[in-house]
Design a binder for this molecule. Structure first.
Ligand SMILES: NC(=O)CC(=O)C(=O)O
Length: 302
């Protein structure tokens, strides 16, 4: 395979219609009742818009429990128009003129299942569809064994999307563990990384805060995570950690939930990114003569 190495250039200037805006992270309590979950999510998005949010983010797998055994029966055909979950997101985004990073839902397409996030614009249009790239697999004897790849197929496309509130890079949960992805998104001009997520009790306690802050400070941009709320009555082996957060470009926690259902609202001020990059100019200090990141997808496209 001939691969010509192309180094990542400086991040392009930030582009957004607005420099400051409110973002809402809806940490939803999810139940086995899909219609109920959809109605509940709609109500929380409406409330966030009323509170002034211009961007609303939902959790990973919000229309059904995050349980691999039952999840296929909740899957929806997004491209074929058979998705009540995405239809609701489009309706509410258009009605309230907001951008929605629609968490993720199980998507059925050509006989395969994907863990898929749709980004919806203020006209109700689907602006991007991100299929989880890195499927979560863990095996800690006596603690947790979990394999998404038994159920899902991995996505093949990176997702950076231009919205009314700027350029956003999308990853889903385990995608956050792969720093090169966030670095590529930064190099493509993202100012915000959104990770709909569902960390569990084992990984959450040790790694949740660390991962988010790492991606934010490595790339000097905002990171937003949104998890379902923890269901303490659930008998599922997969207990969700919660703690949805907004992290600033210096690693500062700007807003954070506990483990219960909550909508947290934080402010994104894009001028902070420019200030942090000016005060601590990592880009000009990095040693491109010694190491390089290669944007493989772009390279093959060109
Ligand atoms: N849903 C996930 O991808 C879970 C995950 O990454 C974790 O650490 O928990």
């Amino acid at each position: 395979m001939a691969l010509v190495s192309v180094s990542i250039g400086p991040a392009p200037p930030l582009q957004a219609k607005t420099n400051k805006y409110k973002i809402a992270l809806c940490q939803l309590q999810v139940t086995p009742d899909k219609d109920g979950n959809i109605a509940h999510a709609r109500a929380r998005i409406e409330a966030a818009a009323t509170a002034g949010a211009k961007l609303v983010v939902l959790p990973e797998i919000w229309n059904c429990p995050y349980a691999m055994e039952t999840l296929p029966s909740y899957a929806e055909d997004i491209d074929g128009g058979g998705s009540p979950s995405v239809s609701m997101l489009s309706e509410v985004a258009a009605a309230r003129k907001i951008t929605v990073v629609g968490g993720s839902i199980p998507e059925r397409s050509s006989g395969q299942l994907f863990n898929t996030c749709c980004v919806i614009g203020p006209g109700g249009e689907i602006k991007a569809k991100h299929r989880k790239l890195h499927l979560f697999g863990i095996d800690i004897p006596g603690d947790i064994t979990f394999r998404e790849s038994d159920t899902f197929t991995a996505g093949q496309e990176l997702t950076v999307v231009d919205t009314d509130v700027g350029r956003i890079g999308i990853g889903i949960c385990h995608d956050i563990r792969f720093p090169e992805l966030a670095m590529l998104y930064r190099s493509r001009g993202a100012h915000l990384m959104c990770y709909p997520s569902a960390f569990n009790m084992s990984t959450g306690k040790l790694l949740w805060d660390l991962m988010q802050k790492s991606r934010a400070v490595d790339n000097q941009l905002f990171v937003a995570t949104c998890s379902p709320a923890r269901d303490t009555n659930s008998h599922s082996e997969y207990m969700i950690w919660g703690h949805s957060s907004l992290i600033g470009p210096f690693g500062e926690v700007l807003a954070a939930a506990g483990h219960e259902e909550a909508t947290i609202i934080g402010e994104i001020d894009l001028s902070l990114i420019e200030a942090v990059r000016e005060h601590l100019p990592l880009e000009t200090q990095s040693r491109g003569d010694l190491y390089r990141l290669v944007d493989v997808q772009r390279e093959y496209a060109s």
